[in-house]
Design a protein. Sequence first.
Lengths: 395, 784
Amino acid sequence: MVNTTKLIIVTPWFGEFAGGAEVLAKSLAIEFNHRGIETLVFTTCCKSPYADWWHNDYEEGEYEVYGLQTFRFSVNNTKALYDDALDGFIHHKDKMTKERYENFFLAGINSDNLVQGLSQYIDNGYEVIAMPYYQGLTHSVVNAYPHKVSITPCFHDEEPFYWKPVETMLKNAKYIFYNAEEEKELTIKNYGKIIGKKLIESTVTGVGIERITLQKTTTSRLSVGNDYFIYMGRKEEGKNVHLLIQWFLSYIQKQDNELKLIFIGGGNASLIPSHKKFIDYGYVSESDKQYLLKNAKGLINLSENESFSIVLMEAWLSKIPIIVHGDCAVTKGHAIRANGGLFPQNKEEFILCLDYLLNNKDDAYSMGINGFNYVTDNYTHDMVLEKYLRVLEVK
Amino acid sequence: MNILIDGQTLHTPEINRGIGTYFKEMIEAMLRNDFVNNFYITIEDEKKLSCFSDFTQNKLIKLRNPSCNPTLLLNRDRALASKRYTNLINIFCKENKINVYWNPNPQMDNTILPLKNKYIKYVATIYDLIPYVMKDIYFSTWPESIQKVYLEKIEILKEYDHIFPISKSTQEDTIDIMDISESKQTVTFCGVNKKFKPYPFPQIVTDESYILYLGGFDPRKNMFQSIDAFALFMKEYNSERIPYKLYLVCTLGAEAKDKLITYAKKKKIEKDLVLTGFLREKELLKVYQKAKCFFFPSLYEGFGLPVLEALSSGLSVACADNSSLPEVAQEFAHYFNANDIDAMALSLEKALKDGTCLESRLKRHTYASSYTWEKPAKILLKKILSLEEKKVIYKKKKIAWVSPLPPQRSGISNYSKVLILGMKDDLKIDIYYDTVIPEQELIEKFEIFSLDTLAENFNHYDEVIYHLGNNSEFHTNIYKYAWNYPSTVVIHDWNMHPFMQHSFLNSGESVYYDDAMKIYGEEGRRELNLTKKRGYSNIEKFPMSDAIAKKSKRVIVHHQWVREQLITKSNVEVIPHFSYIDGNIEKDNIKNFRNKYILSKNDFLISIFGDINKNKLPETIIDASKILLDKGYPVKVIFAGKIQDDTRYLFDSLKKTNYESKIIATDYLNDSEYFSCMFESDLIINLRNPSMGEASGTLLQAFYAKKAVIIGDLNQYKEFPDEIVVGKIRYDGTEVKQLSQIIQHFLENSNLKKIIEDNAKRYSDRILGLHTITRRYIKGISDI
């Protein structure tokens, strides 16, 4: 029955980093615990992907992180193997070997101690969910305990996704949880016939998101009016921030108006040009974030590398429309299903989209409302967690 | 049997209230659980039926007339309206040979209750007699004209043949107040929608702790006293000082809202009172799930559906001890006297102390979910059918059975064998064969005669049953006997024209063809002349089963749709094709089959059974399969049947492509391989377009084998409830897209597979089971 299920979430970094998979791991662990399902977190002693993956930033042991019982384990010392694999991947693709493909994952962030530490929990009433697929720790845990560990892989359409170790991991996984329909389609397309029924019957759970209730969001120290679109998240080329800047520059060169682009979040601030129409606030408080979202004309996220995109959901919870890249299957899929935004594929279309939202306020408002309904109808914590639970308990 | 459902409710606001829920759910459940009776409904405009599922809309036979809308009739003089409506119902009953009229909403002021006529049975559902039980609040305060209508309706109902109160408590009232004897009543409880389920986690996460009351601004709902009780509870019984809120869920006008807020202020709980107003279904389900307990201090109920919904949502319940409430909530509630504020507050305390642990929530849910709509619908239908049942004095009848039989290979041959073996203890059956002597097992169990001898023996039988199908080799001589010695015909294919053309048109016996065309009048004669010149005919326009049906004393068809197509209907009875597979499949046979066709346990097996001709749409199925394979789905598609010449090219074109090993045609399969394939299938596709109105034996076998099936949304196939199939394909040019999408959705949802397989098996066993079907044959024969 439900109350006997206990969970362990395995993720390489926990506590100091807020990438998509880590936010998901945190949300699952907190919300399951909150609902009375004991959930532990198993992670490494490395503090973030920006730190040295083969160095322990923490002592090995038990911690309390976000109120959760968290176990940190020492990382492996396999840097040389990883560097060799990475070098092969970047510079000598024709010389990639079976070992290099494996080392790309296994010699990255990984912990034999963590794998060993799980042994007393597996078969002892605990369900284990590891994430994401890109990090070796997930592969090691799944392969060490075949058909006993489930994964939330957070797959993207990128080279490593097609490599043999991914197939091995999928074969050994107990259940697979997808973040989006498009992620599942991609996985079926490439591994459906090899892995078979398990892959097809796996569930699209999504990521739970609920607005944090604040006393007031009507004012903020950041008074910028409301002639702006907003980008929220890490400023990285991998997120197409450079493209966003290029396209937005083209827009402001053509249009003589007050429209600005505001950035909130961390990452590489040097990507943002010194221009009065680009404002980078960096990290802001929750209330400032909500204020800025609520007053924006819309949120823009041109990343083509998303397996869910929490920021879209946050924008929709503020009832504003979104603009996403037409080549990103996941974000475009959300926009279409929600009828909550636009999805240009090039600069010209992007300019038309900005104009459309500025000149058709009723439509822009409706898209925001549609988006809000989409999030509250599909991605509350209760709904997402119930999907996980139904698979872990019923099957 | 022909049952007339009064559809006035569809034209009134009650369709969106409790009575409407009962009305819709009962009709849906009744139709889902019946295959052979005709359900008529009175209706002004067909659009009003949109609140029903497609299946039910299709199955209901619509009797349209503007006067079916009571609001139009009641604009005029009430007595006149009543008279006109009674006349209308009488006409409907006469024209459609109605056996039983059911009024599911007789008491509301905005509907008309027709007077009973002596020719048929009248039944009605009674929700409550609250206006009379609580006379001071309701009846006595009404205008005299409304009182008169209410009393008149009670008098009319007393004349009805049977009454269905929705609770035992209401039944007691109908005995006491209406003086209707218990023997003329059957209780049909309400059901609870499966959407009401408990919060799925051990601890409930919610912004605030609240007590839930679903009410209405009606004195009976006792809202002011509920505020009193809550105020007292917060003051005297809430020892832990938990900041509970009282959520009152109901639609309120401005005046009602003001009154409640003012009252709450007086009781100093205005900050704790939450008036939610109307809630969307999704919001309502959530509000139920997250409440700390359910509070129901109603002064009187006919049933009390909110209590059942609360229990189904897992809530602990504090409710009044009056009327039907104790029989609904049983031991799952803390009861109180609804006029005793102190007792109410105390019960609230007890209900809250029950706690919200998941185990207790699930326990309550399990109890409440036993109240399905299927149960009362079956009780209602059974009673309705029994009102018309004739008492039969049993005598073993003597029957001649004229049909192809094994070793002849055909669906009808197998059908006949299974049936006569199932009926042999109840009937004296003699077999008449045409050219091929039946197999040994039949020779041992029955007396066998050549068809040539039927004429001389004809008068020795109570009934001769001829089986007619589209195979000229098997059915030509049977047809001739059926025509010349009329008795009972079983029409397996509604469109017999291909058979008639092949068997008689250009033969020396074209008189059979000519005679069969005469029933189509001048049009038929013109077509006949044209046909003789051209040498072929318009097969789809003239099905040619009408003449033999009219000439026969009794006609058996397998689907309502076929009955509706026939020109003469009065002698036609629907007896569905049974759902049955004779024998078991050995594990070794299955293993051999899997090896032979290289089936991996990781692949989904999709199968199509029977001869592969164009009307089974193999091209559509192949194209949809290709889409799935291209998307990466691990499917293996097996066409398990003989490839006909007109489809062979489809399979030839797959050779040396990536699809060759994934889409296979087996050609003829022996029984062992055929059933191995069926039992191993994850999904079966059964499409036919055009259809000859035939019953698909393979489809019914698939249901018996507990298999999920995709069928076409056409003619007789519409009669299968949506719940027992994966989907129904519309033939509108988008078949490939529909089929690939339905299959994809099905493959991705293993829970759906289980649900559909269970539904199919349950339906197969209960509605189409061999025993049920043989009983219908025997009963029909005994009634003659």
